[in-house]
Ligand binder design. Structure first.
Ligand code: PEP
Ligand code: MG
Length: 883
């Protein structure tokens, strides 16, 4: 097997299509080289090597050593420099590169190939002693940290002391001889901590770095990142070894990162940051605040230091041409890293840029309108899950804001929460149910769990492409970065700004769209659903086959659902109506009644309430189908559980406390999810379902009389396992219908159907369909009953199950297509065999999950039903599934 793939100097062993093998970075370096862009020569060691490295106890096969040597020879031939040559040394970078980018998660080593001899050569050939010694000290520092695993604090400390001793504040003030002394100091720190001298053999250095990069695939932070982003552990990373180019060779040199369009808003404008006389990582690390790329952006921000367009107009022009070239070549917005070495432009990376949901929408719609991509491609470009970011409220523009300071609008959305100053606390408080804002001087990959737990992130340092900004955008968390006027004391858990103080636990609000940081909580407003969102949704609606309904049980939910484009209600859970303050007493009286007559008396009080519920819903959903599910939960859920409540509830219900307690004890169940619930309630107390059915038909006729348009109620019976259950319940519903029709002197079309929530129901779907006119797959219960995993207790161990790869994803979030999916497919097939026009839908949580929706499309269901906020997600996912 070949493990090493070269690029640069007219050679490209791979291309953009080889991401799985070469990782994203390697594949795109090869692609850029092949289309003639200026890429420093190098080679990629494939992800297959990573897999083999782990299979063989973290060792390398002999064959790859020769391949790497050839790769180095390739670089040497093109650059005319030799690796380890004391006269004119070749230096390389060693970087990770997985199939998908994992920003900052894995290791990088720069300036590799420097030692006590080659540093002299570098000084001589560059004509810059300071540069050479600075490169060497950076190399030792990075190598000691990444490859040798030594405490990087010691090196930073030595650097700080060196500056303090000389009264300097900036690294750049240190002279060549200062840096030479620092190198000596660094080497002695290495020897002290590692018990061996710093490796002088450049080949040892190289193999050390390659091993470290492969090793970083299994680092804790990489594992956490993979878990959060569903990246399989067996993908592995590739390693890219590439000739160094230097952005830190004086004022005609620079390094930067850029996007071909604004990754935050999607605006068609080059967008990026650069630093003159700096090396790659300086920009991303957020140590120096970078300068703008374009004049327009600089002016808009009111910033002083010259933009690249102004400071290096010629190279900037070249760069802009490369941007356009890359965008047309890849037909997508690109995220680019570049370096300018003595006025010569080099491209170090390109990839499809991460973007906010808002930007994703705008870019997809714009590119389709520009003719760069088709509408179908535009639909496929937007991650349905990310729409969530857009559908949630933003700060009310009319509300007053107590603005503390302003930073960069790094990731949009508004968030309020309690201030916390470290990631562990953020995670702890979030787990306890608090909304928190994570406030850091700057974030590092170690903060990933805290960022995930937080509602929003605020940093004092770092630009729009700093770690905090990139990761927050990827996670969909609002973020304000680089709020330079903040003074943050993480140890004392306090931040100060303009004479004011924010302590841990104080409420703060950030606006990731403007960069504002505010004290207290600011009210929010609903988002705007027109514009690009409306356009893309309209395109999606044209191509999708699946209908999208909503799970909604209040008129407000129904209204929201309609605004989001729902085409009906797929699940109206009636029990929620029973919990309302005005009804709960009658519900309890019904439960506490000793006989049917007592129950009927209580139900009599509930009837008008239920009728008005349904009336409003039918009105809001005028002309659209509404599926109403009859009572489902076990009755004990409506009784009090706390000793303190008993007396009050007993008085309200008109019984004594002992009766209430006795009844509560009688209703106690060991396994309520498999207990007296669903249609089992209707079988034992038909009068409950009778009342609900009556309320439905009375309401439907009232709406028909008022508006002239009769709704078509779909009455749904839950938790059916046998045909007979459905038969009995259908008879109750039909009888109520006939009674209402006779009283009102008019009839109405309606359907009676069932949920498929039990494996038995799925298996017996053929005969159940003889009775039911529709099936709605209740995949919450169907998952619970098929897996034998309690939906209420599963979270305690499911994370471990997902970590160990037993289930690829939480089966209550994303349908277990392999297992539960079989039951759905089988029930659909058997149901259709009996009743070809049977309506099939899904109404479990999975109805709003894109992967599950793809399965529903494949299985030929008629509709999916999702919670109102997920309706747009479902519309887009349904369109993608149809393409
Ligand atoms: C289901 O079980 O999937 C369902 C929709 O019903 P509920 O969640 O109310 O049990
Ligand atoms: Mg259910």
């Amino acid at each position: 097997t070949q493990y090493v793939y070269r690029f640069g100097g007219g050679v490209s062993d791979g291309g953009a299509g080889d991401k799985n093998l070469l990782g994203g970075k390697g594949a795109n370096l090869a692609e850029m080289a092949s289309i003639g862009l200026p890429v420093p020569p190098g080679f990629t060691i494939s992800t297959a090597m990573c897999t083999r490295y782990y299979e063989e106890g973290e060792t390398f096969p002999e064959s790859v050593k020769a391949e790497v040597a050839n790769g180095i020879a390739h670089i040497a031939a093109i650059t005319g420099k030799q690796f380890g040559d004391a006269g004119d040394p070749l230096l390389v970078s060693v970087r990770s590169g997985a199939r998908v980018s994992m920003p900052g998660m894995m290791d990088t080593v720069l300036n590799l190939g420097l030692n006590d001899q080659t540093v002299q050569g570098l000084a001589a050939t560059s004509g810059d002693d300071r540069f050479a010694w600075d490169s060497y000290r950076r190399f030792i520092q990075m190598y000691a940290d990444v490859v040798l695993g030594l405490d990087h604090g010691r090196f930073e400390e030595a650097l700080e002391i060196a500056k303090e001793d000389r009264g300097f504040t900036l690294d750049t003030e240190l002279s060549a001889s200062d840096l030479q002394a620092l190198v000596a100091e660094y080497k002695s720190i290495v020897e002290e901590l590692w018990n061996k001298p710093f490796p002088q053999d450049v080949h040892d250095q190289l193999w050390g770095a390659i091993g470290a990069v492969f090793g970083s695939w299994q680092s804790e932070r990489a594992k956490v990142y993979r878990r959060l982003n569903d990246i399989p552990a067996d993908w592995g990373t590739a390693v890219n070894v590439q000739a160094m180019v230097f952005g830190n060779m004086g004022d005609t040199s620079a390094t930067g990162v850029a996007f071909t369009r604004d990754p935050s808003t999607g605006e068609r404008a080059y967008y990026g940051e650069f630093l003159i006389n700096a090396q790659g990582e300086d920009v991303v690390a957020g140590i120096r605040t970078p300068q703008y790329l374009t004049k327009t952006a600089r002016e808009a921000a009111g910033a002083k230091p010259a933009s690249m367009e102004e400071a290096m107009p010629e190279v900037y022009g070249e760069l802009a041409a490369v941007f356009d070239r890359l965008e047309t070549h890849y037909r997508d917005m690109q995220d680019i890293e570049f370096t300018v070495e003595r006025a010569k432009l080099w491209m170090l990376q390109t990839r499809s840029g991460k973007r906010t949901a808002k930007a994703a929408l705008k870019i997809a719609v714009d590119m389709a309108n520009e003719g760069l991509i088709t509408r179908e491609e535009a639909i496929l470009r937007v991650d349905p899950g990310a729409l969530d970011q857009l559908l949630h409220p933003t700060l009310d523009p009319k509300a007053s804001r107590d603005v503390l300071t302003k930073g960069l609008p790094a990731s949009p959305g508004a968030a309020s929460g309690l201030a916390v100053f470290d990631s562990d606390t953020a995670e702890k408080r979030a787990n306890a149910g608090d909304a928190v804002i994570l406030i850091r001087v700057e974030t590092s990959p170690e903060d990933i769990h805290g960022m995930h737990a937080a509602r929003g992130i605020l940093t004092a340092r770092g630009g729009m492409t700093s770690h905090a900004a990139v990761v927050a955008r990827g996670m969909g968390r609002p973020c304000v970065s680089g709020a330079g006027s903040l003074s943050i004391d993480a140890r004392a858990k306090v931040m100060r700004v303009g004479g004011r103080e924010v302590r841990e636990g104080d409420m703060v609000t950030i606006d990731g769209a403007t960069g504002e940081v505010m004290a207290g909580q600011v009210p929010t407003v609903q988002p705007e659903l027109s514009g690009d969102f409306g356009t893309l949704m309209a395109w999606a609606d044209e191509v999708r086959r699946l209908k999208v309904r909503a799970n909604a049980e209040t008129p407000l939910d129904c209204r929201t659902a309609r605004e989001f484009g729902a085409e009906g209600v797929g699940l109206c859970r009636t029990e929620h109506m029973f919990f309302e303050q005005s009804r709960i007493t009658a519900v309890r009286q019904m439960i506490l009644a000793e006989d049917e007559a007592g129950r009927r008396a209580a139900l009599e009080k509930l009837l008008p309430e239920q009728r008005s519920d349904f009336l409003e819903i039918f009105e809001v959903m005028a002309g659209l189908p509404v599926t109403i599910r009859l009572l489902d939960p076990p009755l004990h859920e409506f009784l009090p559980h706390e000793e303190a409540e008993f007396a009050e509830v007993a008085t309200a219900a008109g019984v004594d406390v002992d009766t209430l307690k006795r009844r509560a004890a009688e209703l106690h169940e060991f396994n309520p999810m498999l207990g007296h619930r669903g249609c089992r309630l209707g079988v034992t107390y038909p009068e409950i379902y009778e009342m609900q059915a009556r309320a439905i038909f009375e309401a439907a006729i009232a709406v028909a009389e008022k508006s002239g348009a009769a709704p078509v109620p779909e009455v749904m019976i839950p938790l059916v396992g046998t045909r007979r259950e459905l038969e009995l319940m259908k008879a109750v519903v039909d009888k109520a219908a006939q009674a209402v029709f006779a009283e009102k002197g008019r009839t109405l079309d309606y359907l009676v159907g069932t949920m498929i929530e039990l494996p038995r129901a799925a298996l017996m779907a053929g005969e159940i369909a003889e009775v039911g006119a529709f099936f709605s797959f209740g995949t919450n219960d169907l998952t619970q009953t098929t897996l034998g995993v309690s939906r209420d207790d599963a979270s305690r161990f499911l994370t471990t199950y997902v970590e160990k790869g037993i289930y690829a994803k939480d089966p209550f979030v994303s349908l277990d297509v392999e297992g539960v999916g079989q039951l759905i497919a089988l029930a659909a097939e058997r149901g259709r065999a009996t009743r070809p026009d049977i309506k099939l839908g899904i109404c479990g949580e999975h109805g709003g999950d894109p992967a599950s929706i793809a399965f529903c499309e494949k299985t030929g269901l008629d509709y999916v039903s999702a919670s109102p906020y997920r309706v747009p997600i479902a519309r887009l996912a349904a369109a993608q599934a149809a393409i």
